[in-house]
Design a protein around this ligand. Structure first.
Ligand code: NAP
Length: 350
């Protein structure tokens, strides 16, 4: 059997593409990823990066707090009678992803819990192989495999993920555990500057730990951070270990001078934010699609989701090294399904 459209990836881009493709009667199949230990360690399990976060406060339609109370206070009783009961809290990342998955299923999307490990982009229809060894064929393919945050690779980072270790200040920075406490950001690029500056809204002090004596970040972003009285930079320093325990989570970090390896210092902190870049999940493509110099897939037509191979579309963070938000991923997921639908129709495949 040849699929009309195969969606690879199960974050907001993948599910939104699936919802739109299913409603267009394209009977999409979604390869949501395999539940392997390797994927867990890499941060590429099914449901993507959002499934590894806690509260989501910036996805429109899901205000944080008591949703029932919001609806009670803002919508008149007549209308409320027709609404389903809502949660007593906002939405969490895992909940949001399960809801999107369910929404795609409700419209008829089929889901396979497996990785696509190989694709032959020269064949028509495209040929793919899964981790479990199945061979599949598809006329159109939407790649929505996302990107993963880079961590230093310390065992202690892994231990305290969701207990003070994060790679997304915008997602997690406002959580109570960071309010009025010191936090640490590692990195020297624009992300580190942005995350550190953002975190000063909540934290008492933000330490930027950077391995060199100058930032890679743009001048304007560096200066904004350097001029912020709540930010202290630890130059020429590397993270030795994230400190903490099972009940409190992160309690600090031990840093080591990159010039004098015997010199260490402990910074007390309730949070540790890695801002050392992201890696797009494109390994399975083996260089067959055009990427930018950072390895992200390139849209070859402005404001359209076409890639360098006709019939293959890209959506979400795998093609976005700039915005990287759930809502922008969902938006481009929708675009990719519409682009695929029109392309299939033009090929006479309906
Ligand atoms: P980036 O520019 O690649 O910077 C990564 C930083 O992490 C560098 O300072 C690097 O140090 C450090 N780093 C990498 N590996 C490390 C390791 N193993 N140990 C210690 N430090 C390590 O990544 P980014 O900051 O995420 O930015 C990505 C892109 O998005 C950039 O083009 C950036 O301009 C853009 N961006 C723009 C904005 C904005 O304009 N508002 C905001 C965020 C990101 P070295 O400098 O020593 O290599």
């Amino acid at each position: 059997m040849t699929e009309k459209v195969t969606i690879i990836g199960s974050g907001p881009a993948g599910w939104t593409a699936a919802i739109y493709a299913a409603r267009a009667e394209l009977q999409p199949v979604v390869y949501e990823g395999a539940e392997t230990e390797e994927n867990r360690l890499k941060g590429t399990l099914p449901l993507g990066q959002l499934s590894q976060t806690t509260e989501v406060e910036n996805f429109p339609g899901f205000p944080a707090g008591d949703m029932t109370a919001y609806l009670d206070s803002s919508i008149d009783e007549q209308k409320r009678r027709y609404m389903a009961p809502h949660a007593k809290h906002g939405v969490s990342g895992p909940e949001l992803m399960e809801l999107m998955r369910q929404q795609a299923t409700n419209f008829g999307a089929r889901i396979v819990t497996d990785d696509i490990v190989e694709i032959d982009v020269s064949a028509r229809p495209f040929r793919m192989r899964t981790l479990s060894g199945s061979e599949i064929q598809s006329h159109a393919v939407i790649i929505a495999t996302g990107a993963r945050a880079n961590y230093l690779g310390l065992e202690s980072e892994e231990r305290f993920k969701n207990m003070g270790v994060s790679a997304c200040a915008v997602c997690d920075g406002a959580l109570p555990r960071f309010r009025n406490h010191p936090v640490v950001v590692v990195g020297g690029g624009d992300s580190a500057m942005e995350e550190a500056t953002f975190l000063t809204k909540f934290a008492s002090v933000v330490y930027i730990v950077h391995r060199r004596d100058s930032f890679r970040a743009s001048r304007i972003m560096s200066e904004r951070a350097l001029n912020n009285p709540k930010i202290q930079v630890k130059w020429n320093s590397v993270i030795d270990e994230v400190l903490g325990d099972e009940t409190q989570g992160v309690t600090g970090v031990r840093i080591r001078s990159s010039e004098d390896p015997t010199a260490t210092e402990i910074l007390p902190a309730t949070g540790y934010f890695a801002a050392i870049g992201h890696t797009p999940n494109t390994e399975f493509l083996k260089g067959q699609l055009q990427t930018n110099d950072k390895g992200y897939l390139v849209w070859t037509t402005a404001h359209r989701t076409m890639t360098s191979v006709e019939g293959i579309f890209a959506a979400g963070d795998v093609a976005d090294d700039y915005y990287r938000q759930a809502i922008t991923a969902a938006g481009t997921g929708c675009m990719s399904a519409l682009d695929a639908e029109r392309w299939l129709a033009a090929q006479g495949i309906e």
